[in-house]
Design a binder for this molecule. Sequence first.
Ligand code: SAH
Ligand code: DHB
Ligand code: MG
Length: 224
Amino acid sequence: MPPTTPIWSAVDRYITDLLIGPDTALDAALAASDAAGLPAIAVSPPQGKLLHLLARAMSARRILEIGTLGGYSTIWLARALPADGRLLTLEFEPKHAEVARANIANAGLGAMVEVRVGAASDSLDRMIAGGEAPFDLIFIDADKVGYPAYLERSLQLSRLGTMIIADNVVRDGRVADATCDDAAVQAVRVYHDMLAAEPRLSATTVQTVGSKGYDGLAIALVTA
Ligand code: SAH
Ligand code: DHB
Ligand code: MG
């Protein structure tokens, strides 16, 4: 399977041109991330808008993101918040966090977004120990081997109705290969096993193709 195909990228461009259009802050965030040498692994524009629409549909006021990179998905999500909303995003790499903070400020979202540097598991453990209030929406998009730990901790930062979304859980279809020895594939398989076994969650995974290749998003709702 190639990383992407011309038709997937052409359709992503069609969707983006028609339904999203040019966007000064988002386009600048990608350009600044590229100029700073960050990897080009942000969600695609249609995926970013999906995150935005889901956050808006549920009237999210408190959003947690795990894996900031240059803040591209952060900006999409934060734009769904009301004026007094809050978004906390966790990032391991200080350089990524610095680029993201500038991009978020340039998008006019600096007051509602906090970029917290550190290993996400440590930040999450501190939040749980400190009695952090539950989040309405949690977006998991950091290192893939960490996903099981992030889901376990996300549940402790959730309430009835919280939506937990995880990126990159299909991995060119390898998620369905039980014999695959790739650590990230094994981790997203454990993630799905946890979704299946957790009685508090109702979940599905949507396969995606586009400019980011063939992958998928796991969407889980805390229902009990
Ligand atoms: N959500 C971003 C993309 C995130 S890429 C977007 O779509 O725009 C994944 C990010 O997770 C990278 O910036 C990487 O540095 C970060 N990361 C990797 N391991 C991490 C960890 N243990 N804790 C927190 N962040 C981590
Ligand atoms: C990678 C990470 C992502 O979150 C993504 O969407 C694509 C690639 C990566 O680490 O390679
Ligand atoms: Mg991702």
